[in-house]
Design a protein around this ligand. Structure first.
Ligand SMILES: [Zn+2]
Ligand SMILES: [Zn+2]
Length: 341
């Protein structure tokens, strides 16, 4: 509860460092008023004089509603105009030495990052330049097509699996007892001792955190009780589970089963404009599976260089061999035909 005397500056004559116990300016005689701000002198000694301590603890000065002068709490008449005491008081304020730490500033982008970003943009721009579509007049030199059909056959195949996962219709040929998996089974526990570190509060210490403006020319030191910790080691014994590996055996089966499997691929192709599917008859032993169709167009540019295009069927069907087209290429491969033709 250390009390220290504050200071104030006179707003009328500018005299600085008037003592907190002075109720009017020693330089110009002006009565201390509401606008005066008290401040703590860092080197101020602790007040020990009984009368001064009593004044410091009497409470904040009251403020005259008529003339604004401030008067000690225990005096009933205004030191400025002799008016009767009223309710308005100077504020009592707590002033902390270390206000809350400000939030960390947002991370700035590093220079290296900006340079990398720049290089990235250049690379993209260069790539776009290289990849830019080009348009050229070319002659359609020829067309071709290719159609394939996978043929599946119904046949007997031999496969292997665990007995409880066999497909329907499987006919077992032979079985063998095999290790399927290992199960972990807890058989008990065993005590394990380890050292743990823990923070233990061993007491508290008084820390000066700031001061309180008592509103009467005096300041009081502010303290806070802070916990004091110590790191202690402690051994603890815990039960850890103990496991046993249990092998699990099961029947591994070789079996035969009738099913559709891929047999071969039938292919039809031509250099005309009449594509057809290869004939695959559907019987109980054979059926057509996945189908793939490819259509090609071969263009020749002004230099006689060839460019191949694989369009969709409807685009391909509209092409006429011998005609000139505006062909769009990118990185040497044909993208399509220019819209306006
Ligand atoms: Zn003054
Ligand atoms: Zn007054």
């Amino acid at each position: 509860m250390a009390i220290r005397e504050g200071r104030w500056d006179c707003p009328q004559c500018g005299n600085q460092g008037n003592r907190g116990s002075e109720l009017k300016c020693p330089a110009c005689g002006r009565v201390r008023a509401e606008e005066v701000q008290f401040y703590a002198a860092e080197d101020a000694a602790e007040v020990t004089d009984e009368a001064a301590l009593a004044r410091a603890k009497a409470g904040a000065d009251w403020i005259c509603e008529f003339c604004g002068a401030t008067t000690p709490a225990d005096q009933k008449r205004c030191r400025g105009c002799s008016a009767d005491r009223t309710e308005k008081r100077r504020a009592v304020k707590e002033l902390l030495d270390r206000p809350e730490a400000p939030a960390p500033a947002p991370k700035k982008k590093s220079k290296a990052g900006l340079v990398l970003a720049g290089i990235g943009l250049l690379a993209i721009a260069g790539g776009l330049l290289l990849c830019r579509a080009k348009e050229a007049s070319m002659t359609l030199a020829g067309v071709s097509w290719e159609r394939t059909v996978e043929v599946e056959k119904y046949t007997t195949v031999v496969e292997e699996h665990w007995r409880d996962r066999l497909p329907e219709g499987a006919r077992i040929l032979s079985t063998e007892r095999k290790l399927e998996r290992t199960d972990k089974v807890q058989t008990g526990t065993r005590p394990v001792t380890k050292t743990v570190e823990e923070k233990v509060q061993t007491g508290t210490k008084k820390v000066k955190v700031g001061k309180k403006d008592l509103g009467n020319g005096y300041f009081e030191d502010l303290f806070k009780e802070e916990p004091v910790y110590e790191t202690r080691q402690r051994t603890v014994t815990e039960d850890e589970p103990v496991y046993r590996d249990d092998p699990v055996y099961a029947d591994w089966c070789r079996y035969e089963i009738d099913k559709w499997v891929k047999d071969r691929v039938e292919k039809a192709s031509g250099a005309d404009k009449s594509p057809d599917w290869p004939a695959v008859a559907a019987t109980d032993k054979q059926r057509p599976g996945k189908k793939v169709e490819t259509y090609r167009a071969l263009f020749k540019d002004a230099d006689g260089e060839e460019h191949e295009w694989t369009p969709k069927l409807d685009e391909w069907q509209r092409l006429e061999v011998g005609r000139k087209y505006n062909v769009v290429t990118r990185l040497g491969s044909v993208q399509g035909l220019a819209a306006a033709e």
